[in-house]
Design a protein around this ligand. Structure first.
Ligand code: FE2
Length: 385
């Protein structure tokens, strides 16, 4: 059986590696850079740092820092206009998920034209995009290495998912010092999102040998350091583990996909406006408990990667201890339940059948080791409450 694995051509890692950005932009043939970021990143001083690093290498920089929390289509168009007006030839994106999503879409439209809507779905991008360098500021989305972008179509009230290997940034620059000021709540949200990526890509029916190794390493790094990164944000070693874990998990799920947790989490975001990472974290223990019988051996490996003792255990017992480990982690990190985040129970019951349909339609539950029906998903929402 043949497996295809896609990744950026260059991944730069290590504390302080952000200063390499100018050199990397030059190596992509750039002379004028569009820097796509947001006001929050500017406020903590990272934009100035990156601008200086690019200018030192002799490149011009135009900053587009208007990207809001939601990567809306209108902002892709505004960014594209600046890219064209300033005759830019390379894009650098700095931030969490939103600026990266917008930057990926700008890079596609810059060479292929048309509207973001034309590329919704899988494999619709026909030409190479404008060269893109992605610099994450949270140990979270993994977007710096993935083939996905999500752009919100405000008019049609729709989150458009675009998936294509051509969306993968040419260069990812992962500097953990950039994540030192991430506040505790975001550290949990983005960290648990990354852990969910690693767990889901590992148990996915589309898993492959390379992604299996990446996932186990990511689970180990994140589960050993997330508590420390949450408690003492300026612990560089813990932040380093989180950023490395998130990038490895990103490489894994970009190739093996996510599964039931992500499928169920997106409708919670859409209806109750819960941040993506938090809705994954809330669902993870319940969905793992349900799914583990679909592949107990792999859940046992997750337990071992999380530091649980599994020697001498049956595969079912080892699988069970992966759920126990996640429950303990959630408790330590004060991750709430669905009721704890203020969702109204009767509203959830009313919407659950539609949410289950949307979850199934996203395709992610199809990768789960245990196939869930619409009724199963409704019951899981209830249980997570
Ligand atoms: Fe995610």
């Amino acid at each position: 059986m043949a497996h295809e694995f896609w990744a950026p051509r260059t991944i730069v890692t290590g504390a302080g590696c952000a200063k390499e950005v100018g050199k990397q932009a030059k190596s992509l043939g750039g002379s004028r850079t569009l820097l796509v970021t947001d006001k929050g990143v500017r406020a903590i001083g990272l934009v100035d740092q990156v601008v200086r690093a690019i200018e030192t290498s002799g490149l011009m920089v135009e900053v587009f820092d208007d990207v809001p929390r939601e990567p809306e289509m209108g902002f892709v168009e505004s960014g594209l206009e600046i890219f064209k007006r300033s005759q830019c030839d390379v894009i650098v994106t700095l931030g969490g998920g939103s600026p990266m999503d917008v930057a990926k879409a700008i890079a596609v439209l810059a060479t292929s034209g048309g509207s973001v809507r034309d590329y919704e779905g899988q494999g619709k991008v026909l030409q190479a995009k404008a060269p893109l360098i992605a610099m994450p500021t949270t140990g979270g989305t993994g977007s710096e290495v993935t083939r996905f972008t999500i752009v919100t179509d405000v008019e049609r009230k729709r989150k458009m998912l675009i998936g294509d290997p051509k969306l993968i940034p040419e260069v990812a620059i992962c500097d953990p010092t950039f994540s030192l000021t991430v506040p505790p709540s975001l550290t949990i949200g983005t960290g648990m999102d990354a852990l969910t990526h690693a767990i889901e890509a590992f148990v996915s029916v589309r898993a492959q040998p390379i992604t299996d190794h990446l996932c186990l390493a990511a689970i180990k790094l994140i589960s050993r350091s997330i508590r420390r990164a949450w408690k003492s944000g300026n612990d560089l070693e813990a932040r380093g583990d989180m950023m490395m874990g998130s990038t490895l998990a990103g490489l894994a799920f970009s190739n093996s996909s996510v599964a039931l947790v992500h499928g169920m989490s997106r409708p919670i975001g859409a209806h109750f406006h819960l941040p993506h990472g938090l809705s994954n974290a809330v669902l993870l223990p319940t969905v793992m408990e349900y799914s583990s019988e679909g592949n107990p051996e792999k859940y046992g490996e997750i337990a071992a990667a999380m530091g649980e003792r599994t020697e001498g255990c049956s595969s079912v017992e080892a699988a069970r201890s992966s759920v126990t480990a996640i429950r303990r982690l959630s408790l330590d990190l004060e991750v709430p339940t669905l009721s704890g985040v203020g969702i109204d129970r009767s509203e959830l019951r009313r919407l659950a059948p539609k949410m289950a349909e949307d979850a199934l339609a996203s395709g992610s539950p199809g990768n789960n080791p245990r196939r869930a029906s619409k009724e199963d998903i409704v019951a899981l929402y209830e249980k997570a409450y």
